[in-house]
Structure formats: C-alpha cells, structure tokens
Design a protein around this ligand. Structure first.
Ligand SMILES: NC(=O)c1ccc[n+]([C@@H]2O[C@H](COP(=O)([O-])OP(=O)(O)OC[C@H]3O[C@@H](n4cnc5c(N)ncnc54)[C@H](O)[C@@H]3O)[C@@H](O)[C@H]2O)c1
Length: 515
C-alpha cells in the first residue's frame, strides 16, 4: 500500500512527499515531475499547447501508472486536479490518501501570479478564480482523504510518518494530524476501535518503559476501561459537571502520586468533556506536566473538548475558571462508544456539532441545517474545523475565540443554574439563541430554535433567573477591563470575535430566553 498525497496546488505536496518518503525510507514520485519529463517541457507549456483536457488525460495515465506500480510505503505526490478523474479516484482507493490541508492564502502565496516562485501554474493567474477553484475542490479532497494533515507546519508530514504507517495497517480508520506550537499529535477515528485490541495497539502503541494511568468516571469506567487493557492504575471520579472541581483534581494528583506515576508515563482521559478537562488539567500540572491521551466517549468530547488543549476545573462562581493549556499526545475516537450514551446526552452533545457548523459554514452547515444524522464524516468535519481554528491561535488570543460562540451566555447559565442542572450542550443551545439575537440574525435564530426543538433541547430558560445569569456573565474569564467581548455572527461561516455588546441588548437577549 502506497501513500498518495493530494491537495490544492501550492499546498506543498512535492516537498511533503520527499520528506515523508525519507522518514519512511521509501521511494518517492511526483506526478507533475514525471509529466514534465515526458512532455519535455513544463506543465504550463503543455496547457498552452494542448489545453486542459489533453493535459488531464495525460495526467490520469501517469497517476494511474504510478499508483499501479508503487511499492509498499512508496509516496506519490499527485497533481492537484488529478483527483477529478474517476479512474484516479478508483486507483487511490487501494492506497492511503493523505490530504495536505493548507489555507488558500498560503497556497496562493506559493503559486499565485504574484509569486516570485518562478513560472505561475496554469490555473493560478487570478486570485478570485483561484479561491473559487479551491472552494470547489475542498469537498472532493475531504471525501477522498484517509488522513488529513491539518494546517501543516514545516516537517509535519514527516512527523506523521509513524501514524500514517499505523493507519495503513488499520482497516476503516482515519487520521487527522494536529499541529500546535506545543506539539503535534494524531487523532485516530475508527468505528469499533475500542472493541479491537489489535487495531488499538497499532494506532496507540505503548512506548517501552511507559505506563498508562487511567482517569475516568463512574459511568464510563465499567463500560470501556477493560477494553483499554493494561493500565498501571485507575482513578474513577463521580460522574457529572458538579465533580469538575479542584477537589477532584486533588484526588487525582494524590492517586497518581500514590501509584508512583512518573514523567515517562502518561495519563489516559477516558470519558466525556468533564473527564477530559480534569484528566488534561491533572496531567498538565502533575510533576509540571506529563502527557495525556484522550479517549472521548461523548459527542461533546468527540467533536470538541478532546482537542485543542484547553483543560481545567470549575469554581462555584464560574465555569472553567482555573485551568491550563495542555495539548494531548493523542486522541482515540470510537464513534461506536456513543451507542451507550443516554439519548439526552447525545442530544446535548449535538449542540457542539451545531455550534461548529455555524462557525464552519459550507457543507457542514448545510448538512446540519438539513437535519443530517451525526456520523463519522460529520465528526471528522467538526474535528477538522476545531483543529484548523486552534492551529491559527492556540491560546485564545484572537481567532480561537470564535469557538466560544454561544458559550459566554451558555457558561453563565450553567453556573447560575447550579452545575449539573443544565447539561453543557443544553446551556450552549440557549446561549446560541441569545447570540443570534445579539447578532441581529432573526431568521437564522428561528432556524436554530427549530433544530433545537427537533432534538428535544430546551429553548427557554427555566432553571436560572436571567438577572443571575447576567451577573455571572460579568465574571466571565474573557472579560477585558469593563467589557466582556462577545462572539457574534453575520451568517453561517462568518463569525467575529471581540465584539462589544450594549448592556441593554444583552439584558433583553437573556431575559427573552425565560419569556
Ligand atoms: N476543553 C474544551 O475545549 C471543552 C470544549 C467543550 C466542552 N468542554 C467541557 O466538557 C464538559 C461537558 O462534556 P460532556 O457533555 O461530555 O459531559 P460529561 O463528561 O459530564 O458526560 C456526560 C455524561 O455522560 C456519561 N458518559 C460519557 N460517555 C458515556 C458513554 N459512552 N456511555 C454512557 N455514558 C457516558 C458521563 O458519565 C456523564 O454522566 C463541560 O464541562 C464543558 O465545559 C470542554
């Protein structure tokens, strides 16, 4: 099985292929280079001489030849448009398809007509047309990819080599490779991964001399802990948001110490967002930081909380008030674990899918807006959206704040109603309604309201006084001076952070929830 690198022109496929091949000690091919050699002139000249259709036919032949003859582990960089061919797509199915997911601006910088990088590509003369083509191809690339290297910094593909090799040997699995300044990590997603010890061992091998220390809760541990096999010690906390506290963290630190955990070992957070936030926080602070691997078992955790490194605990006065950034060393996602999740938790978790779709816009929003079922593809799209945002702003200094859409009011509702009264997603759903009112998006608010009702989620605030919610918002940890900045939106996919909101409008948007 070979690795086919796909992605838009300018994504850096040729360099990445060379780096990956070197890391795998395997052969490397570049379809554009092979074509150029065969033409005896550049791809641009071939386009000018014979037109795009003739070029695509030649490209299809070459790519299919390369894919048919490639040895095991060989790496092939495919021309950006080659996957438009059905034959190429069929040939790729026998291999591991790796998408280099690079933002359009970076691609344009590399190959656009303004580039100093030699001759511009035939389809890179006009910036707007370039961006349109990028958007048109995005869904096709996403559909084909077995692995996505999300916003790769230099060298990321080579660092992903081991994970890509594991992916090649694991049927039905997909990989997202996440990059943050604090580290890079694999996210493996596969149905039944937790029921298949051999696959689990392949994607999550235990380094020699390292041991696993499990943190889970009373609901999840009996269901899934036995499937993880050999953990050196296990700490089980009582389930529920009310237990995401400093007291629980203290208990976990104490038990890790008692079990003699060292920095050579790692914590495993098995459970929903509560366990993940606590396990990540304890891992990031125990001995000033040991690695954590998340095994998320709720929809909230599988689409959102397991990624991006935000960890922490609640204070009675305000949610997530004490915490640190601690990126995971890996995330293992088995969507089948959602089968045991109570329906109300699944519905509440769906609100994070809705939030992500509102942020992402495009095909994810269209699917969610049309009421599509949550499946592995939707989970992947949510994770990719989150990883993309986090890679641009790991520490919430700017664009990452968009992920808080609906959360300023949502968190205040959770805290003022008393933790555990509203599920996180239920409170965020109400927060989204308030946010859409503040954004002046009446039609979208109505659509979101209908979707929440269809999922059996609350659309009125019954368990907290609006005045208390407003007081709690004033404590929000995002407050800068006197102002709490809000995330507002003008359309799905068009979200702004750091927005000022008039006190009167905020009061009206929150009071309206309880009407
Ligand atoms: N760190 C982040 O970036 C981030 C993002 C979003 C949310 N969060 C946090 O996540 C938390 C909410 O997460 P949550 O909704 O997963 O809540 P949760 O962890 O409390 O899980 C919900 C319930 O489902 C149970 N459960 C979990 N998996 C199960 C399974 N597979 N089968 C049966 N029962 C199962 C749990 O025991 C719990 O009772 C909040 O504290 C929120 O602040 C963090």
């Amino acid at each position: 099985m070979a690795f086919g690198l796909i992605g838009f022109m300018g994504a850096g496929k040729s360099n990445a292929a060379r780096e990956l091949a070197a890391a795998l000690a395997a052969e490397c091919y570049d379809s554009d280079a092979v074509l150029q050699e065969r033409f005896g002139h550049s791809v641009a000249e071939e386009f000018a001489r014979g037109g795009e259709a003739a070029f695509r036919a030649a490209e299809e032949r070459v790519v299919c030849e390369l894919l048919a003859s490639a040895g095991s582990d060989a790496v092939i960089a495919l021309g950006g448009g080659s996957v438009l061919s059905e034959q190429v797509r069929a040939a790729l199915a026998a291999h591991v398809t790796v998408l280099l997911d690079v933002p359009v601006e970076r691609c344009w910088e590399r190959v656009g007509s303004a580039s100093e990088d030699g001759e511009p590509r035939p389809l890179a003369h006009d910036r707007e047309a370039f961006a349109r083509l990028y958007a048109e191809r995005a869904e096709l690339y996403e559909r084909l990819a077995d692995a996505v290297i999300v916003q790769p910094p230099r060298g990321a593909v080579a660092r992903a080599a081991g994970a890509l090799r594991a992916l090649a040997r694991t049927r039905g699995a997909r990989l997202l490779w996440a990059s943050a300044s604090a580290g890079q990590y694999p996210v493996f997603i596969a149905p039944a991964l937790l029921s298949d010890p051999a696959s689990l061992e392949r994607v999550w091998p235990l380094a020699k001399g390292s041991r696993r220390f499990l943190v889970s809760d009373t609901n999840v541990a009996p269901l899934y802990a036995p499937r993880l096999g050999g953990c050196a010690a296990a700490v089980t906390i009582a389930a529920g948001e009310e237990h995401k506290t400093v007291a629980s963290a203290q208990r976990i630190w104490g038990e890790l110490l008692a079990a003699r955990m060292t920095r050579a070992d790692h914590v495993v957070g098995l459970g929903g967002g509560v366990v993940g936030d606590l396990a990540g926080f304890c891992a990031g602070t125990y001995q000033r930081g040991v690695p954590v691997v998340h095994v998320p078992t709720t929809l909230v955790a599988q689409v959102d909380s397991a990624y991006g490194g935000k960890t922490g605990v609640d204070l009675p006065e305000a949610k997530n008030y004490v915490g640190i950034y601690h990126q995971p060393a890996g995330v293992i996602v088995d969507p089948e674990a959602l089968a045991t999740l109570p329906a109300a938790e699944l519905a509440a978790g769906w609100v994070e899918v809705l939030k992500t779709a509102l942020i992402a816009g495009g095909s994810l929003w269209h699917a969610v807006a049309a009421g599509a079922e949550v499946d592995e593809r939707m989970i992947l799209a949510c994770v990719r959206t989150k990883l993309t945002v986090v890679s641009a702003d790991e520490r919430d200094a700017g664009v990452r704040q968009v992920l808080n859409l609906g959360h300023t009011v949502g968190h205040a509702i959770e805290a003022s109603a008393g933790y555990g009264t509203y599920r996180h997603g239920e409170a965020v759903g109400l927060g989204l309604l308030a946010t859409l009112r503040l954004s002046g998006q009446e039609e979208l608010r109505e659509h979101v309201r209908t979707l929440l009702v269809e999922h059996g989620l609350p659309v009125t605030l019954a368990h907290a006084a609006p005045e208390r919610v407003l007081e709690t918002i004033a404590h929000d940890k995002k407050r800068m001076g006197a102002e709490v900045p809000f995330v507002l939106m003008s359309a799905p996919g068009e979200v702004s952070h750091g927005c000022a909101v008039a006190q009167g409008e905020l009061r009206a948007a929150v009071r309206e929830l309880s009407a």
